[in-house]
Design a protein around this ligand. Structure first.
Ligand SMILES: NC(=O)c1ccc[n+]([C@@H]2O[C@H](COP(=O)([O-])OP(=O)(O)OC[C@H]3O[C@@H](n4cnc5c(N)ncnc54)[C@H](OP(=O)(O)O)[C@@H]3O)[C@@H](O)[C@H]2O)c1
Length: 161
């Protein structure tokens, strides 16, 4: 099973501010949907609450140390339990979908990164961890021009070097 991190980050690693993603890029949402459809998503409790519901066509696993019941998802209290559950269900590629705490937690377990680099600089209270380029090699890069009110972005995929 491949463990992949999927994220959209600003120029300084910005992921979010006050529980929200600070840009709106419909094309990037489309890429997220196409890439993750039919697979498991693993996310932190705060990211799940910011989305508000499980995303259709995917199985969601939420990391939480609490015991609050969340409808339509599996909740686990450790990264290893999330990965075990996916492996037991025969998952081929699990997508770690944030936020900052959860990316940090799974970075050492990851074999692939899908990073949308957004042409954005601004306030953030959630930041993506550093990508160590001694450890990762870029395998593809796709530039997307700004469109209407959405900033430009570049999708890069990294695999272990
Ligand atoms: N740009 C992007 O691609 C992207 C993607 C996703 C999210 N975001 C943004 O990122 C921000 C949220 O990130 P965040 O770092 O604040 O929160 P988060 O990673 O979404 O969730 C943190 C929560 O996960 C649980 N958790 C963390 N480590 C755990 C562990 N080892 N075991 C069990 N549970 C654990 C805890 O939940 P409990 O408190 O319930 O115990 C913790 O409060 C938001 O602004 C969101 O919009 C951006």
């Amino acid at each position: 099973m491949i463990v992949s991190l999927i994220a959209a980050v600003g120029k300084n690693g910005e992921l979010g501010f006050e529980g929200k993603i600070p840009w709106h890029i419909p094309e990037d949402f489309k890429h997220f949907k196409q890439t993750t459809l039919g697979h498991h998503l693993v996310m932190g409790r705060k990211t799940f609450e910011s989305i508000g519901k499980p995303l259709p066509g995917r199985k969601t696993i939420v990391l939480t140390r609490g015991r609050k019941k969340m409808d339509g998802v599996d909740s686990v209290d450790a990264a290893s339990k999330a990965l075990e559950l996916c492996a037991q269900r025969g998952e081929s590629e699990v997508f770690i979908a944030g936020g900052a705490e959860i990316y940090n937690l799974f970075m050492p377990h990851a074999q692939r990164l899908y990073i949308s680099y957004v042409d954005f600089e601004g306030q953030a209270d959630a930041v993506f961890p550093d990508i160590n380029l001694d450890r990762w090699k870029e395998v593809s890069s796709e530039v997307h021009q700004p469109k209407e009110k959405s900033p430009g972005w570049c999708l890069k995929v990294f695999e272990l070097a």
